[in-house]
Ligand binder design. Sequence first.
Ligand code: SAM
Length: 463
Amino acid sequence: MTNEKRALEHRERGNTRVDRVGKEQAEYRGADAYSCPHARACGACQHVNEPYAEQLARKNACVADLFSRFGNVEVRPLLGMDEPYHYRNKVVSPYAPGRKLPGMAGGPPAKGRAARSARAGGARGRTAPGSPTREILCGMYAAGTHRIVATDECLIEHEEGKRAILAIRNLMPRFGIEPYDEDKGTGFLRHAVVRVGHASGEVLVTLVTNGRDFPGSRAFCRELVKRCPSITTIVQNVNERRTNVILGEREQTLYGPGFILDRLCGLSFRVSSQSFYQVNAVQTEVLYRTAIELAGFTGAESAIDAYCGTGTIGLVAAKHGAARVTGVDAVASAIRDARENAKHNGIENARFVAGDAGDFMRAAAASGQRSDVLLMDPPRAGASEEFLSAAVQLAPSRIVYISCNPATQVRDLAFLAKHGFAVRVVQPVDMFPHTDHIETVALIECGEGQLRPPCVAKEGALV
Ligand SMILES: C[S@@+](CC[C@H](N)C(=O)[O-])C[C@H]1O[C@@H](n2cnc3c(N)ncnc32)[C@H](O)[C@@H]1O
Protein backbone atom coordinates (compact mmCIF):
# COMPACT_ATOMS: atom_id res chain seq x y z
CA MET A 1 0.00 0.00 0.00
CA THR A 2 1.37 3.43 -0.83
CA ASN A 3 1.88 6.00 1.87
CA GLU A 4 -0.74 8.30 0.29
CA LYS A 5 -3.29 5.50 0.28
CA ARG A 6 -2.45 4.61 3.84
CA ALA A 7 -2.68 8.24 4.88
CA LEU A 8 -6.06 8.52 3.17
CA GLU A 9 -7.35 5.41 4.91
CA HIS A 10 -6.04 6.64 8.21
CA ARG A 11 -7.61 10.02 7.67
CA GLU A 12 -10.94 8.35 6.93
CA ARG A 13 -10.61 6.26 10.07
CA GLY A 14 -8.83 9.05 11.87
CA ASN A 15 -11.54 9.90 14.35
CA THR A 16 -11.96 6.31 15.43
CA ARG A 17 -8.24 5.92 16.05
CA VAL A 18 -7.93 9.17 17.90
CA ASP A 19 -10.95 8.26 19.98
CA ARG A 20 -9.32 4.99 20.90
CA VAL A 21 -6.20 6.60 22.30
CA GLY A 22 -8.02 9.48 23.92
CA LYS A 23 -9.05 12.38 21.69
CA GLU A 24 -7.67 15.08 23.89
CA GLN A 25 -4.42 13.18 24.37
CA ALA A 26 -3.14 11.84 21.04
CA GLU A 27 -3.35 13.86 17.90
CA TYR A 28 -3.59 12.56 14.36
CA ARG A 29 -1.01 14.30 12.20
CA GLY A 30 -1.64 12.67 8.82
CA ALA A 31 0.65 10.44 6.75
CA ASP A 32 0.91 7.70 9.37
CA ALA A 33 1.90 9.87 12.28
CA TYR A 34 0.14 10.26 15.58
CA SER A 35 1.58 12.48 18.18
CA CYS A 36 1.85 10.84 21.57
CA PRO A 37 1.46 13.28 24.46
CA HIS A 38 3.71 11.15 26.69
CA ALA A 39 6.52 10.64 24.20
CA ARG A 40 8.96 13.02 25.84
CA ALA A 41 8.37 12.03 29.43
CA CYS A 42 8.20 8.31 28.73
CA GLY A 43 10.96 7.90 26.16
CA ALA A 44 10.11 4.28 25.25
CA CYS A 45 9.10 5.14 21.66
CA GLN A 46 11.84 7.44 20.50
CA HIS A 47 10.24 8.01 17.08
CA VAL A 48 6.50 7.80 17.69
CA ASN A 49 5.99 11.33 16.43
CA GLU A 50 7.79 10.70 13.14
CA PRO A 51 6.02 9.41 10.00
CA TYR A 52 6.39 5.63 9.85
CA ALA A 53 7.92 5.70 6.35
CA GLU A 54 10.78 7.83 7.70
CA GLN A 55 11.31 5.42 10.56
CA LEU A 56 11.61 2.53 8.10
CA ALA A 57 14.06 4.43 5.92
CA ARG A 58 16.29 5.19 8.94
CA LYS A 59 16.30 1.55 10.06
CA ASN A 60 17.11 0.39 6.52
CA ALA A 61 20.11 2.71 6.40
CA CYS A 62 21.28 1.52 9.81
CA VAL A 63 21.10 -2.19 8.82
CA ALA A 64 22.86 -1.57 5.50
CA ASP A 65 25.64 0.21 7.34
CA LEU A 66 26.03 -2.46 10.05
CA PHE A 67 26.25 -5.37 7.61
CA SER A 68 28.37 -3.65 4.97
CA ARG A 69 31.50 -5.12 6.59
CA PHE A 70 30.56 -8.58 5.30
CA GLY A 71 30.90 -7.56 1.66
CA ASN A 72 28.73 -9.58 -0.66
CA VAL A 73 25.54 -9.83 1.40
CA GLU A 74 21.99 -9.43 0.15
CA VAL A 75 20.51 -6.91 2.57
CA ARG A 76 16.78 -6.91 1.97
CA PRO A 77 14.47 -3.97 2.71
CA LEU A 78 12.89 -3.89 6.15
CA LEU A 79 9.46 -5.52 6.40
CA GLY A 80 7.24 -2.97 8.14
CA MET A 81 3.69 -3.10 9.51
CA ASP A 82 0.51 -1.93 7.82
CA GLU A 83 -0.92 -0.90 11.19
CA PRO A 84 2.01 -0.02 13.42
CA TYR A 85 -0.02 0.83 16.54
CA HIS A 86 -1.15 -1.14 19.61
CA TYR A 87 1.02 -4.06 18.58
CA ARG A 88 2.56 -4.86 21.99
CA ASN A 89 0.72 -7.90 23.30
CA LYS A 90 2.69 -7.79 26.56
CA VAL A 91 1.77 -4.84 28.74
CA VAL A 92 3.75 -4.35 31.94
CA SER A 93 3.05 -1.75 34.59
CA PRO A 94 4.45 -1.01 38.02
CA TYR A 95 2.11 0.19 40.77
CA ALA A 96 3.47 2.82 43.12
CA PRO A 97 2.15 5.31 45.66
CA GLY A 98 1.52 8.79 44.27
CA ARG A 99 0.32 12.02 45.82
CA LYS A 100 -1.32 12.09 49.23
CA LEU A 101 -5.09 12.23 48.97
CA PRO A 102 -7.20 14.48 51.17
CA GLY A 103 -9.84 11.68 51.40
CA MET A 104 -11.20 9.55 48.64
CA ALA A 105 -13.41 6.55 48.38
CA GLY A 106 -12.09 3.87 46.02
CA GLY A 107 -15.51 2.50 45.18
CA PRO A 108 -17.79 0.44 47.38
CA PRO A 109 -15.79 -1.33 50.06
CA ALA A 110 -15.12 -5.04 49.69
CA LYS A 111 -17.20 -7.38 51.77
CA GLY A 112 -16.55 -10.63 53.59
CA ARG A 113 -13.17 -12.25 54.19
CA ALA A 114 -11.16 -9.71 52.22
CA ALA A 115 -12.49 -6.83 54.23
CA ARG A 116 -12.25 -8.65 57.58
CA SER A 117 -8.69 -9.69 56.91
CA ALA A 118 -7.58 -6.27 55.80
CA ARG A 119 -9.27 -4.60 58.79
CA ALA A 120 -7.52 -7.05 61.13
CA GLY A 121 -4.17 -5.92 59.84
CA GLY A 122 -4.25 -8.74 57.24
CA ALA A 123 -1.34 -9.42 54.97
CA ARG A 124 1.67 -7.22 54.44
CA GLY A 125 0.90 -4.11 52.44
CA ARG A 126 -2.85 -4.06 53.05
CA THR A 127 -4.96 -1.22 54.36
CA ALA A 128 -8.59 -0.89 55.29
CA PRO A 129 -10.50 -1.40 52.05
CA GLY A 130 -12.04 1.62 50.46
CA SER A 131 -9.93 4.16 52.30
CA PRO A 132 -6.78 4.91 50.29
CA THR A 133 -4.51 7.62 51.57
CA ARG A 134 -2.54 8.07 48.37
CA GLU A 135 -3.14 8.09 44.68
CA ILE A 136 -1.97 4.89 42.92
CA LEU A 137 0.32 5.38 39.95
CA CYS A 138 0.63 3.00 37.02
CA GLY A 139 2.04 3.36 33.53
CA MET A 140 5.65 3.03 32.47
CA TYR A 141 9.01 4.02 33.84
CA ALA A 142 10.59 7.01 32.13
CA ALA A 143 13.48 5.63 30.06
CA GLY A 144 16.48 4.77 32.21
CA THR A 145 14.77 5.70 35.50
CA HIS A 146 12.31 4.36 38.04
CA ARG A 147 10.11 7.43 37.78
CA ILE A 148 6.63 6.41 36.71
CA VAL A 149 5.01 8.26 33.82
CA ALA A 150 1.37 7.74 34.70
CA THR A 151 -0.59 7.05 31.53
CA ASP A 152 -4.10 5.89 30.79
CA GLU A 153 -3.33 5.16 27.16
CA CYS A 154 -0.42 4.21 24.99
CA LEU A 155 -0.10 4.08 21.21
CA ILE A 156 1.87 0.83 21.09
CA GLU A 157 0.38 -1.24 23.92
CA HIS A 158 -2.50 -3.60 23.23
CA GLU A 159 -5.66 -1.86 24.35
CA GLU A 160 -7.07 -4.91 26.10
CA GLY A 161 -3.84 -5.25 28.08
CA LYS A 162 -3.93 -1.59 29.09
CA ARG A 163 -7.56 -1.94 30.14
CA ALA A 164 -6.60 -4.73 32.54
CA ILE A 165 -3.74 -2.64 34.00
CA LEU A 166 -6.13 0.23 34.72
CA ALA A 167 -8.88 -2.02 36.07
CA ILE A 168 -6.40 -3.46 38.58
CA ARG A 169 -5.41 0.02 39.71
CA ASN A 170 -9.03 1.05 40.09
CA LEU A 171 -9.85 -2.05 42.15
CA MET A 172 -6.89 -1.88 44.52
CA PRO A 173 -8.36 0.64 47.02
CA ARG A 174 -11.58 -1.31 47.25
CA PHE A 175 -9.66 -4.42 48.31
CA GLY A 176 -7.21 -2.59 50.55
CA ILE A 177 -4.25 -3.45 48.32
CA GLU A 178 -1.33 -1.06 48.74
CA PRO A 179 1.01 -0.39 45.83
CA TYR A 180 4.65 -1.28 46.38
CA ASP A 181 6.95 1.48 47.58
CA GLU A 182 10.34 0.51 46.25
CA ASP A 183 12.24 2.95 48.45
CA LYS A 184 10.80 1.48 51.63
CA GLY A 185 10.16 -2.07 50.43
CA THR A 186 6.57 -1.84 51.71
CA GLY A 187 3.20 -2.35 50.04
CA PHE A 188 1.81 -5.40 48.31
CA LEU A 189 1.29 -5.07 44.54
CA ARG A 190 4.52 -4.42 42.64
CA HIS A 191 3.63 -4.99 38.99
CA ALA A 192 1.05 -6.47 36.69
CA VAL A 193 2.18 -8.22 33.54
CA VAL A 194 -0.61 -8.72 31.04
CA ARG A 195 -0.27 -10.92 27.98
CA VAL A 196 -2.87 -10.91 25.25
CA GLY A 197 -3.22 -13.74 22.74
CA HIS A 198 -3.28 -11.94 19.41
CA ALA A 199 -5.35 -14.55 17.60
CA SER A 200 -7.14 -16.16 20.55
CA GLY A 201 -7.96 -12.93 22.42
CA GLU A 202 -7.23 -14.80 25.68
CA VAL A 203 -5.66 -12.67 28.41
CA LEU A 204 -3.19 -13.76 31.11
CA VAL A 205 -2.71 -11.42 34.07
CA THR A 206 0.27 -11.94 36.38
CA LEU A 207 0.07 -10.01 39.64
CA VAL A 208 3.54 -9.59 41.13
CA THR A 209 3.21 -9.28 44.88
CA ASN A 210 5.55 -8.46 47.74
CA GLY A 211 4.46 -11.48 49.82
CA ARG A 212 2.46 -14.63 49.35
CA ASP A 213 -0.51 -14.03 51.64
CA PHE A 214 -3.28 -12.57 49.48
CA PRO A 215 -6.52 -12.63 51.44
CA GLY A 216 -9.53 -11.80 49.33
CA SER A 217 -7.74 -12.87 46.17
CA ARG A 218 -10.76 -14.82 44.95
CA ALA A 219 -13.08 -11.84 45.28
CA PHE A 220 -10.46 -9.59 43.68
CA CYS A 221 -10.09 -11.93 40.69
CA ARG A 222 -13.84 -12.30 40.34
CA GLU A 223 -14.28 -8.54 40.22
CA LEU A 224 -11.36 -8.07 37.82
CA VAL A 225 -12.75 -10.63 35.39
CA LYS A 226 -16.16 -8.98 35.65
CA ARG A 227 -14.57 -5.71 34.55
CA CYS A 228 -12.34 -7.27 31.88
CA PRO A 229 -14.14 -10.38 30.60
CA SER A 230 -11.36 -11.28 28.16
CA ILE A 231 -9.14 -12.24 31.13
CA THR A 232 -9.02 -16.03 31.06
CA THR A 233 -6.41 -16.64 33.74
CA ILE A 234 -4.73 -14.85 36.67
CA VAL A 235 -1.45 -15.88 38.26
CA GLN A 236 0.14 -14.55 41.45
CA ASN A 237 3.91 -14.25 41.26
CA VAL A 238 5.70 -13.61 44.55
CA ASN A 239 8.74 -11.33 44.51
CA GLU A 240 9.94 -10.18 47.94
CA ARG A 241 13.44 -9.21 46.85
CA ARG A 242 14.65 -5.59 46.66
CA THR A 243 15.49 -5.89 42.99
CA ASN A 244 14.72 -4.43 39.58
CA VAL A 245 13.85 -7.88 38.25
CA ILE A 246 10.09 -7.93 37.83
CA LEU A 247 9.21 -11.57 38.38
CA GLY A 248 10.03 -13.74 41.37
CA GLU A 249 10.27 -17.52 41.30
CA ARG A 250 7.22 -18.67 43.29
CA GLU A 251 3.84 -18.66 41.59
CA GLN A 252 0.33 -19.85 42.12
CA THR A 253 -2.62 -19.77 39.79
CA LEU A 254 -5.49 -17.76 41.24
CA TYR A 255 -7.95 -18.13 38.40
CA GLY A 256 -8.20 -20.21 35.21
CA PRO A 257 -5.61 -22.64 33.83
CA GLY A 258 -2.47 -20.52 34.51
CA PHE A 259 -1.62 -20.04 30.84
CA ILE A 260 -3.18 -18.74 27.63
CA LEU A 261 -3.20 -20.20 24.14
CA ASP A 262 -2.37 -18.24 21.03
CA ARG A 263 -1.97 -19.09 17.35
CA LEU A 264 1.06 -18.38 15.17
CA CYS A 265 1.75 -19.70 11.68
CA GLY A 266 -1.16 -22.14 11.90
CA LEU A 267 -0.05 -23.68 15.22
CA SER A 268 -1.38 -23.17 18.70
CA PHE A 269 0.99 -22.11 21.49
CA ARG A 270 0.73 -22.14 25.24
CA VAL A 271 2.10 -19.04 26.94
CA SER A 272 2.68 -18.91 30.68
CA SER A 273 3.86 -16.04 32.85
CA GLN A 274 7.58 -16.88 32.90
CA SER A 275 8.10 -17.99 29.33
CA PHE A 276 9.38 -15.78 26.54
CA TYR A 277 6.83 -14.96 23.87
CA GLN A 278 7.43 -12.41 21.12
CA VAL A 279 5.60 -9.15 21.86
CA ASN A 280 4.45 -8.37 18.32
CA ALA A 281 2.44 -11.32 17.03
CA VAL A 282 1.70 -9.88 13.58
CA GLN A 283 5.39 -9.40 12.84
CA THR A 284 6.35 -12.66 14.56
CA GLU A 285 4.57 -14.50 11.77
CA VAL A 286 6.55 -12.46 9.23
CA LEU A 287 9.76 -13.20 11.14
CA TYR A 288 9.17 -16.94 11.42
CA ARG A 289 8.14 -17.28 7.76
CA THR A 290 11.36 -15.52 6.79
CA ALA A 291 13.41 -17.83 9.03
CA ILE A 292 11.79 -20.96 7.56
CA GLU A 293 12.25 -19.69 4.00
CA LEU A 294 15.94 -18.96 4.62
CA ALA A 295 16.47 -22.35 6.28
CA GLY A 296 15.43 -23.94 2.98
CA PHE A 297 13.98 -27.13 4.48
CA THR A 298 13.26 -29.91 1.99
CA GLY A 299 11.87 -32.48 4.41
CA ALA A 300 15.19 -34.22 5.02
CA GLU A 301 17.06 -31.87 7.35
CA SER A 302 17.69 -32.13 11.05
CA ALA A 303 17.67 -28.82 12.90
CA ILE A 304 18.59 -27.37 16.26
CA ASP A 305 16.41 -24.56 17.60
CA ALA A 306 18.77 -22.87 20.06
CA TYR A 307 17.24 -20.39 22.56
CA CYS A 308 13.87 -21.87 21.61
CA GLY A 309 11.63 -20.28 24.28
CA THR A 310 8.30 -22.10 24.12
CA GLY A 311 9.43 -23.91 20.97
CA THR A 312 7.65 -21.62 18.54
CA ILE A 313 10.20 -21.45 15.70
CA GLY A 314 11.25 -25.07 16.09
CA LEU A 315 7.68 -26.31 15.96
CA VAL A 316 6.91 -24.20 12.89
CA ALA A 317 10.06 -25.70 11.31
CA ALA A 318 9.03 -29.23 12.33
CA LYS A 319 5.66 -28.64 10.70
CA HIS A 320 7.08 -26.97 7.58
CA GLY A 321 9.87 -29.09 6.23
CA ALA A 322 12.40 -30.06 8.91
CA ALA A 323 12.71 -33.81 9.40
CA ARG A 324 13.64 -33.49 13.09
CA VAL A 325 14.06 -30.57 15.47
CA THR A 326 15.78 -30.37 18.85
CA GLY A 327 15.04 -27.21 20.84
CA VAL A 328 17.02 -25.97 23.84
CA ASP A 329 16.31 -23.16 26.29
CA ALA A 330 17.56 -22.27 29.76
CA VAL A 331 14.10 -21.64 31.25
CA ALA A 332 12.53 -24.86 32.49
CA SER A 333 8.94 -23.57 32.31
CA ALA A 334 9.46 -22.51 28.67
CA ILE A 335 10.61 -26.05 27.88
CA ARG A 336 7.56 -27.49 29.67
CA ASP A 337 5.42 -25.22 27.47
CA ALA A 338 7.38 -26.25 24.36
CA ARG A 339 6.73 -29.95 25.08
CA GLU A 340 3.05 -29.26 25.68
CA ASN A 341 2.96 -27.22 22.48
CA ALA A 342 4.42 -30.13 20.51
CA LYS A 343 1.88 -32.50 22.06
CA HIS A 344 -1.25 -30.48 21.50
CA ASN A 345 -0.25 -29.63 17.92
CA GLY A 346 0.34 -33.34 17.26
CA ILE A 347 3.99 -32.73 16.33
CA GLU A 348 6.14 -35.80 16.94
CA ASN A 349 9.37 -34.83 15.19
CA ALA A 350 10.46 -32.24 17.78
CA ARG A 351 12.00 -32.68 21.21
CA PHE A 352 13.01 -30.09 23.77
CA VAL A 353 15.83 -29.94 26.28
CA ALA A 354 16.15 -27.60 29.27
CA GLY A 355 19.64 -26.21 29.74
CA ASP A 356 22.27 -23.75 28.66
CA ALA A 357 22.47 -23.53 24.87
CA GLY A 358 26.29 -23.32 24.97
CA ASP A 359 26.54 -26.49 27.10
CA PHE A 360 24.10 -28.29 24.83
CA MET A 361 26.02 -27.34 21.69
CA ARG A 362 29.36 -28.27 23.23
CA ALA A 363 28.06 -31.69 24.30
CA ALA A 364 26.53 -32.27 20.86
CA ALA A 365 29.78 -31.29 19.13
CA ALA A 366 31.91 -33.37 21.52
CA SER A 367 29.85 -36.49 20.88
CA GLY A 368 30.28 -36.09 17.14
CA GLN A 369 26.65 -35.33 16.40
CA ARG A 370 25.71 -33.18 13.46
CA SER A 371 22.82 -31.05 12.39
CA ASP A 372 21.94 -29.69 8.96
CA VAL A 373 20.41 -26.43 10.08
CA LEU A 374 21.02 -24.34 13.17
CA LEU A 375 18.21 -21.93 14.03
CA MET A 376 19.31 -19.54 16.76
CA ASP A 377 17.52 -16.68 18.48
CA PRO A 378 19.60 -15.57 21.47
CA PRO A 379 18.74 -12.70 23.86
CA ARG A 380 20.10 -9.18 23.23
CA ALA A 381 23.56 -10.10 24.52
CA GLY A 382 23.98 -12.53 21.61
CA ALA A 383 25.61 -15.96 21.78
CA SER A 384 28.64 -16.91 23.87
CA GLU A 385 31.92 -17.75 22.20
CA GLU A 386 31.54 -21.25 23.59
CA PHE A 387 28.24 -21.59 21.75
CA LEU A 388 29.71 -20.25 18.52
CA SER A 389 32.80 -22.47 18.71
CA ALA A 390 30.56 -25.51 19.16
CA ALA A 391 28.45 -24.32 16.20
CA VAL A 392 31.61 -24.18 14.07
CA GLN A 393 32.45 -27.74 15.15
CA LEU A 394 28.94 -29.01 14.45
CA ALA A 395 29.19 -27.42 10.99
CA PRO A 396 25.57 -27.11 9.94
CA SER A 397 25.13 -26.32 6.23
CA ARG A 398 22.99 -23.34 7.20
CA ILE A 399 22.65 -21.14 10.21
CA VAL A 400 19.59 -18.93 10.49
CA TYR A 401 20.38 -16.34 13.14
CA ILE A 402 17.48 -14.24 14.44
CA SER A 403 18.45 -11.27 16.56
CA CYS A 404 16.82 -8.37 18.37
CA ASN A 405 20.20 -6.66 18.63
CA PRO A 406 22.05 -6.41 15.31
CA ALA A 407 25.16 -5.05 17.04
CA THR A 408 25.80 -8.32 18.92
CA GLN A 409 24.63 -10.29 15.89
CA VAL A 410 27.27 -8.61 13.72
CA ARG A 411 29.91 -9.45 16.38
CA ASP A 412 28.83 -13.13 16.35
CA LEU A 413 28.66 -13.27 12.55
CA ALA A 414 32.20 -11.88 12.40
CA PHE A 415 33.30 -14.82 14.58
CA LEU A 416 31.54 -17.30 12.28
CA ALA A 417 32.95 -15.58 9.18
CA LYS A 418 36.45 -16.00 10.63
CA HIS A 419 35.77 -19.73 10.87
CA GLY A 420 34.71 -20.33 7.29
CA PHE A 421 31.05 -19.32 7.22
CA ALA A 422 29.68 -16.65 4.91
CA VAL A 423 26.83 -14.25 5.58
CA ARG A 424 24.48 -14.50 2.58
CA VAL A 425 21.24 -12.72 3.38
CA VAL A 426 20.01 -10.26 5.97
CA GLN A 427 16.29 -9.62 6.30
CA PRO A 428 15.25 -6.96 8.83
CA VAL A 429 11.72 -7.14 10.23
CA ASP A 430 10.14 -4.23 12.09
CA MET A 431 9.06 -5.92 15.32
CA PHE A 432 9.15 -2.69 17.33
CA PRO A 433 7.73 0.26 15.36
CA HIS A 434 8.36 3.75 16.79
CA THR A 435 11.40 2.58 18.73
CA ASP A 436 15.10 2.30 17.92
CA HIS A 437 14.95 -1.49 18.09
CA ILE A 438 15.66 -3.54 14.99
CA GLU A 439 15.15 -7.28 14.49
CA THR A 440 17.14 -9.07 11.80
CA VAL A 441 17.25 -12.57 10.38
CA ALA A 442 20.56 -13.58 8.82
CA LEU A 443 21.34 -16.59 6.68
CA ILE A 444 24.88 -17.89 7.10
CA GLU A 445 26.30 -20.70 4.99
CA CYS A 446 29.52 -22.56 4.77
CA GLY A 447 31.51 -20.35 2.38
CA GLU A 448 32.67 -22.00 -0.82
CA GLY A 449 36.34 -21.62 -1.57
CA GLN A 450 36.89 -20.25 1.92
CA LEU A 451 38.18 -21.99 4.97
CA ARG A 452 35.94 -25.02 5.37
CA PRO A 453 34.58 -25.57 8.83
CA PRO A 454 36.47 -28.47 10.37
CA CYS A 455 33.71 -31.05 10.41
CA VAL A 456 31.57 -30.16 7.46
CA ALA A 457 31.86 -33.62 6.00
CA LYS A 458 31.95 -35.38 9.33
CA GLU A 459 29.67 -38.38 9.72
CA GLY A 460 27.81 -38.66 12.98
CA ALA A 461 24.47 -39.26 14.60
CA LEU A 462 21.91 -36.60 13.84
CA VAL A 463 21.02 -34.35 16.73
C1 SAM B 1 14.89 -13.83 22.12
S1 SAM B 1 14.24 -15.14 23.06
C2 SAM B 1 13.79 -16.25 21.76
C3 SAM B 1 12.69 -17.23 22.08
C4 SAM B 1 12.06 -17.95 20.90
N1 SAM B 1 13.00 -18.28 19.88
C5 SAM B 1 10.88 -17.17 20.34
O1 SAM B 1 10.91 -16.73 19.19
O2 SAM B 1 9.89 -17.01 21.08
C6 SAM B 1 15.66 -15.75 23.79
C7 SAM B 1 15.48 -17.02 24.60
O3 SAM B 1 16.78 -17.41 25.04
C8 SAM B 1 16.66 -18.04 26.30
N2 SAM B 1 18.00 -18.02 26.87
C9 SAM B 1 18.71 -16.97 27.37
N3 SAM B 1 19.95 -17.36 27.71
C10 SAM B 1 20.05 -18.68 27.41
C11 SAM B 1 21.09 -19.64 27.51
N4 SAM B 1 22.30 -19.32 28.00
N5 SAM B 1 20.85 -20.89 27.10
C12 SAM B 1 19.64 -21.24 26.60
N6 SAM B 1 18.61 -20.37 26.48
C13 SAM B 1 18.81 -19.10 26.88
C14 SAM B 1 15.59 -17.25 27.01
O4 SAM B 1 14.99 -18.03 28.01
C15 SAM B 1 14.63 -16.93 25.84
O5 SAM B 1 13.61 -17.89 25.78
